[in-house]
Design a protein around this ligand. Sequence first.
Ligand code: ADP
Ligand code: MG
Length: 243
Amino acid sequence: MPAVINITQLTKTYIMGQTEVRALRGIDLQIQTNEYVALMGPSGSGKSTLMNLLGCLDTPTSGSYLLDGRDVSRMEDAELANIRNEKIGFVFQTFNLLPRQTTLENVALPLVYAGLGKGERQARAAEVLASVGLGDRLDHRPNELSGGQRQRVAIARALVNNPAIILADEPTGNLDTKTSIEIMEIFEDIQSRGNTVILVTHEPDIAEHAHRIVRLRDGEVESDEANDHIIRASDPTHRYNQA
Ligand code: ADP
Ligand code: MG
């Protein structure tokens, strides 16, 4: 199976007036279908820049990005938007919900671009909201929901198109520990249903849920390894498993 995400020598340089910020300095990364990857690294190391490229929200300065075998690194905006709508669900730290729209409307919105009629959009949105435990909050507006509920609305919106890849940039960054665990359980469920999940986090407890941990530093991959907690869990001789 070819990797669903195949990145070679990807760079991104932001131009700010006279200064250049080299946010990514040559990233090589392959991710297989149904992998569950945590992306870690200090603030400013390039995590969000990489996520935005992975999610087709932006294009690289150089290098290539094959998504399902198609080179998306030099695509025009319109074509990129089509790929994004088809393949990517994006979840942000700050939820990014429309404040005047109900839960149902927020989640149904991406389906407008998919060309579905209103009835179908609402039925699909209600189904996905039920799957994240919000079946009884369809008519609420974001300010009537808790932080964890808002993030679940945002996750439902990311899932509504049935995208193969879910990208989440610090999805629990604004949430307390208990709520974070609930959100992580939803991502685990998404992954177990066959999706590829990539999430950015600062928190080791959150990264523990992933199967592979990629660390960035100064725009480069510092390490890329299987989650050793999961390896320890399958090794009966390891001290973690000797109660
Ligand atoms: P992280 O998510 O790991 O904190 P970012 O990808 O946001 O890192 O940022 C990497 C570097 O790129 C930082 O030096 C940041 O200031 C810079 N940067 C990020 N986005 C932009 C932008 N839109 N314009 C200019 N510089 C940016
Ligand atoms: Mg960031």
